[in-house]
Ligand binder design. Structure first.
Ligand code: ATP
Ligand code: MG
Ligand code: MG
Length: 383
């Protein structure tokens, strides 16, 4: 048996909070590095938390001093601080993996060496309109202009429909390191959660993700109307991509399913991921349980990652008013088989992830029917 191990987590948002829920059930103490009263700290009362930011080397050092292993719920952390503390404490996944993945362009350059299919892309060196116009001639329009770093929920992407959009696109992503991507004409977006352990690379079933305004809105597990062959192919691609990185833990892999049924990687994340929240109710071990086990070298029976029942996850995203998430929650209370997760972030802000709801049922059709009234409520409250 393990002896009161301590896991340090860089970041105390909703992902950290759900990691704490899993750690708590195994009597593992999770020390959170984030501001006081962050969502993860609120459900974990002990004196091991660190007040500060995952971007401050001193705070990362302080966290490392009190833990057996440290991990991150977000990729936008100071990897130089992680590199420094890695000589004293285990860092999972590796700081090298996080450093490469946190820069979406470096991530793609790295994955190219492993033959992972991706949309064609070009780096911008000067962010000058003439430079982007030249890239536009090569990639064609529309193309997606993307920030290499600090991107999330589509904040960092700009769709460039034609040459005329170039000044607006460069203004929107001003002062950020950029690259441009060829447009991917996908029929569906898929995602796979991969769990890297000390000697295995495991995956959860392939899910379908639906983004609205570039923010994940719905996740269907399993992906609807997708053959078993594609499900298996997507899992294999996700495992292959994650195998290109060093370290243990959960990785979220986003993919495009194209018209010809071929797959392309959109991006991957070196952490637990929104597309895996359904595993809390849908599987015996959630992505959070598996992440904790993987970084602590505890057993993960592969069968525990199989889908128990079709599941649909709906994000509760801040709408037009500060209490919009509470109205959605109220509606969810009456939905059969709905498990509600609120993140305790205070007032809603438009576009902010405030919680999620997962509905499971014997069939996907039944789950769709049960969650539809809630989707209607959420749609009515959009900012
Ligand atoms: P996340 O919150 O997942 O980290 P992000 O800000 O890093 O998002 P991406 O995942 O790169 O952004 O893109 C967000 C969404 O934009 C994708 O899920 C997809 O819907 C769309 N998108 C991204 N790249 C392309 C592309 N090359 N062609 C078409 N659509 C794209
Ligand atoms: Mg991203
Ligand atoms: Mg994404």
């Amino acid at each position: 048996m393990w002896n009161s191990p301590k896991v340090g987590i860089l970041g105390g948002g909703q992902l950290g909070r759900m990691l704490v829920e899993s750690a708590n059930r195994l009597n593992i103490q999770a020390n959170i590095l984030d501001v006081d009263n962050s969502p993860a700290k609120q459900i974990s009362s002990h004196d091991g938390h660190v007040t500060g930011s995952f971007k401050e080397p001193e705070a990362v050092r302080k966290l490392a001093d009190s833990c057996d292993v440290i991990t991150a719920e977000i990729e936008h952390v100071d990897t130089y601080a992680l590199e420094e503390v890695a000589s004293k404490v285990r860092v999972e996944p590796s700081w090298q993996a996080i450093r490469t993945i946190q820069n979406k362009f470096d991530q793609k350059e790295h994955l190219r060496k492993y033959d992972i299919p991706m949309a064609d892309h070009r780096e911008l060196s000067s962010n000058a309109p003439e430079e982007l116009a030249k890239i536009g001639e090569q990639l064609g329009y529309p193309m997606m202009l993307k920030s290499k770093t600090m991107a999330y929920d589509g904040r960092g992407n700009f769709r460039v429909n034609s040459k005329e959009d170039i000044p607006e696109a460069l203004e929107a992503l001003k002062d950020r390191p950029l690259y441009a991507e060829k447009w991917a004409y996908f029929k569906m977006e898929l995602a796979v959660m991969v769990i890297k352990t000390k000697d295995d690379v495991l995956s959860y079933p392939t899910v379908e993700t639906v983004q609205e305004d570039s923010i994940c809105k719905l996740v269907y597990a399993p992906a609807r109307n997708v053959s078993d062959a594609i499900n298996q192919k997507a899992q294999a691609l996700a495992r292959k991509a994650v195998s290109a990185f060093k370290g243990k833990g959960a990785f979220g892999v986003e993919m495009f399913l194209l018209e010809d049924n071929s797959l392309m990687l959109c991006e991957l994340a070196s952490r637990i991921h929104n597309s895996g929240h359904w595993t809390i109710e849908g599987c015996a071990l959630s992505q959070f349980d598996s992440h904790i086990r993987a970084i602590m070298d505890l057993p993960i029976p592969p069968k525990s990652l199989e889908l128990r029942q079709p599941s649909i996850m709906l994000n509760i995203i801040g709408g037009a008013t500060p209490d919009s998430h509470l109205k959605a929650t109220e509606a969810a209370l009456s939905i059969p088989n709905a498990s509600i997760h609120l993140y305790s972030k205070g007032d809603a802000k438009p576009g902010r992830k405030m919680g999620h709801v997962t509905v499971t049922a014997a069939t996907m059709h039944e789950a769709e029917t049960m969650i539809q009234p809630l989707i209607n409520v959420v749609d009515d409250m959009r900012a």
